[in-house]
Design a protein around this ligand. Sequence first.
Ligand code: 8YV
Length: 332
Amino acid sequence: MTGNKPQVILTRKLPDIVETRMRELFDTELNIEDAPFTQPQLVAAVKRADVLVPTVSDKIDSAIIAQAGDQLKLIANFGNGTDNIDIAAATEKGITVTNTPRVLTDDTADMILAMMLAVPRRLVEGAQIMTNPDGWPGWSPNWMLGRRISGKRLGIVGMGRIGSAVARRAKAFGMAIHYHNPRRVHPDLEDQLEATHWDSLDQMLARMDIVSVNCPFTPATYHLLSERRLKLLQPEAYIVNAARGEIIDETALISALEAGSIAGAALDVFEKEPAVSSRMRKLSEQGKLLMLPHMGSATVEGRAEMGDKVIINIRTLFDGHRPPDRVLPGRG
Ligand code: 8YV
């Protein structure tokens, strides 16, 4: 603490508007260069900071948390998913963890719809053709035919905030909504969405035209879409994942796309982010796989609102209250 201002360390460069406000309110250390922290830098930060503000690119595991000084009171994640943080270890050490829910729900759902349309309707292939001066021979009836999404069945794996926002949009596009979730959603929401709930993920997967992965990554959802489950999908099925790469067995997905046992996939997240394999790049050139660089929530407005949430969480904790976006163990 400097006077009554907590010392806050940001691991990445945040939007100017957020950083400026944080400098006004707290004793804030910025990362102007935006180079991701190394593990030793993270250790040094948790030894000094009252508040650490990490992002998805920082792994705050139990080894880092074990080395935190007693002054570390809060890990205020700049992001919704908290799979990058060992919440149980933090909580045990008396460190509060918060995230930034709700402000990125609509942006992420919009992007998921764009991904859902992009592969079946061959959006990227079409745009690439137009970058080549001789790419387009002119209109013809069989040119660039894709697959219609309206009238198709969408299977949502994880019907939380983002899953429901995807469902609302997909319904407006004429899709039939199906979902698998540990808990059934409120009957009113089910009615509104005309959604069909499946207890069995296996049963649902075997019947869907498009599958959207929208659950958090936890130990229970690691490789939820395993090699065995991917084999249940129909050959015309598409998969969209803007949640976390680890939820799908990526190697099995690549093999399924190569073998043509599913029609296509759109991924905004990857198992070894930011690395993607040459096999994936090849599939992407063939139009079977759309890869995006984890940009589902990347809007100017969303990032500013995420920053507001971080600030509110810090302020409430240091004012002696419970921060609104506290994350508890087991509630990833
Ligand atoms: C964020 C995300 O950009 O919030 C999340 O969980 O996956 C992303 O959309 C990122 O996490 C920022 O830390």
